[in-house]
Design a binder for this molecule. Structure first.
Ligand code: 6PG
Length: 243
């Protein structure tokens, strides 16, 4: 593996297997740094986490203390039932949590059965109890879209411009429906953040984030500059081609 300097966090470049091992190593370190029995790990949506879940399950990579000592959630969610293939938590549950036998009281989905505002408020209350005031996740996994969005913070969306001091919220994203998401302030309140971006399709977006002009409203992933010391980007060689 090699590292590339960036103002937006540590960029680690390697093969998929190396990056997944590194993601697990970071996770175990984050758990060790968390309060005993209170490790809060947010997974995310997309094809990269799906490949990571498969790797975790097939290689039995997660030790029992991680499986049994973690509260699992997702950093953002679509306002759809957990049974939907579009549900980020539903997919995490089907592809990782259920195969690993994670206890149901350690699975923390967003409350998607409720209207968005109530769902966001209920989630904030749950996170306040688990994480404590002013804190979000101990570890937050993120992906990045072609438009440089991360979590459900899309270009030109309200929560990206002003999160009202809230760590979690909901918003309608034109063309993508209602979303529940960690906010910019929430990301700054995380212990550690891991952004995984694999494949040549991510090269242009990674270039815009790391080498383009600072323009958070149109390049949302650049907001991570404000907490860069806690951020690790895990990217493969095709994705790193323009860095
Ligand atoms: C969404 C997607 C999205 C996804 C990224 C990265 O909510 O629109 O879930 O946020 O996480 O586009 O996806 P890949 O892992 O497939 O690159």
């Amino acid at each position: 593996m090699r590292e590339i300097p960036s103002d937006f966090g540590r960029v680690v470049v390697g093969t998929q297997a190396e990056l997944f091992s590194e993601a697990l190593r970071i996770t175990l370190a984050a758990q060790a740094a968390a309060r005993p029995g209170r490790f809060l790990w947010a997974l995310t949506g997309g094809s990269t986490p799906a490949a990571f879940y498969k790797w975790c399950v097939e290689s039995s990579a997660l030790p029992p203390e991680l499986i049994n000592g973690t509260h699992f959630t997702v950093s953002d969610e679509r306002h759809v039932p957990l049974s939907s293939p579009d549900s980020n938590f539903g997919n995490a549950e089907r592809q990782l949590l259920a195969p690993l036998g994670v206890a149901t009281d350690r699975r923390l989905p967003w409350m998607v059965a409720w209207p968005v505002a109530e769902a966001a408020e209920a989630y904030r209350k749950t996170m306040l109890i688990l994480a404590g005031p002013g804190r979000a996740y101990d570890l937050c996994f993120l992906g990045m879209g072609d438009d440089c969005h991360t979590a459900s913070l899309f270009p030109q969306t309200p929560l990206l411009k002003d999160d009202g001091g809230l760590l979690f919220g909901g918003q309608e994203v034109p063309g993508k429906g209602w979303r529940l998401t960690i906010t910019p302030g929430g990301l700054r309140a995380c212990g550690k953040i891991v952004v995984m971006a694999l494949g040549a399709g991510k090269a242009a977006a990674l270039h815009r984030v790391h080498r383009g002009p600072l323009d958070v409203e149109n390049v949302p992933s650049q907001l991570l500059k404000t907490c860069a010391e806690n951020v690790v980007w895990l990217v493969d060689e095709p994705a790193a081609a323009q860095l």
